[in-house]
Ligand binder design. Structure first.
Ligand SMILES: O=C(CO)[C@H](O)[C@H](O)COP(=O)(O)O
Ligand SMILES: [Fe+2]
Length: 230
């Protein structure tokens, strides 16, 4: 069976208790911390920056931090995130003047690289840089907000991305971000994704009733993944 990873997006966490929320979700079985950076310019929302990434590392987080940059331009902020402890730095090709140069910059700063594709952005933009990409992230919503509905067309795009990666021979992860939940994660895995970002599905889970709610929802996501025919 393929290896699947679950990456809760802290966009939907309680920011007043962020360290505790991240500790809880990791202790509940999450693999990766997905860290959404929005600049009120590339996307119409404003979130968190390198200081918060650094604070999570100082708090004791040792898991992978998957920095999803929704900022323009990207190059200026890459060294700051590398220094703040990012594991992956993933950016949108439209936000970089020179995609190849930005990928090289991420690598030279000691981080892994990711390229992220909006619903309407063609995968062909990755064609000539696959040797420098560690992760392809497909957005299944338009970027900027959590809690949106999964765009069904992304399933076909995932199949295309899976084919492109497999045919390339490179070791590239395929991640999905936006509207992932217990009801659709299985077909998303069957379409080719291996890493699953889930924000509202994890942090929004039945807040009042279940003290182990993160564990319950992550176990339910894994149960669905175990049924996937891949
Ligand atoms: O990048 C993002 C939005 O731009 C978030 O990672 C994404 O929306 C996750 O939230 P949800 O699972 O609630 O859709
Ligand atoms: Fe994201």
């Amino acid at each position: 069976m393929a290896e699947f990873k679950i990456a809760p997006s802290i966009l939907s966490a309680d920011f007043a208790r962020l360290g505790e929320e991240v500790d809880n979700v990791l202790a509940s079985g999450a693999d990766i911390v997905h860290f959404d950076v929005m600049d009120n310019h590339y996307v119409p929302n404003l979130t968190i920056g390198p200081l918060v990434c650094d604070a999570l590392r100082k708090h004791g987080v040792t898991h992978e931090i998957d920095v999803h940059l929704m900022v323009k331009p990207v190059d200026r902020i890459i060294p700051d995130f590398a220094q703040a402890g990012a594991t992956f730095i993933t950016f949108h090709p439209e936000a970089s003047e020179h995609i190849d140069r930005s990928l090289q910059l991420v690598k030279s700063e000691g981080c892994k690289t990711g390229l992220v594709f909006n619903p309407a952005t063609p995968l062909s933009l990755a064609e000539h840089v696959l040797d420098k990409v560690d992760r392809i992230l497909l957005m299944s919503v338009n970027p900027g907000f959590g809690g949106q509905k999964f765009i069904p067309h992304t399933l076909e795009k995932l199949r295309q991305a899976r084919k492109m990666i497999d045919e390339s021979g490179y070791d590239i992860d395929l991640e999905i971000d936006g509207g992932v939940n217990v009801n659709n994660i299985r077909e998303i895995a069957e379409a080719g994704a291996r890493t699953f970002v889930a924000g509202s599905a994890v942090f929004g889970a039945a807040k009042d009733s279940d003290p182990n709610r993160y564990e319950t929802v992550i176990a339910a996501l894994r149960e669905e993944l175990a049924k996937a025919n891949v």
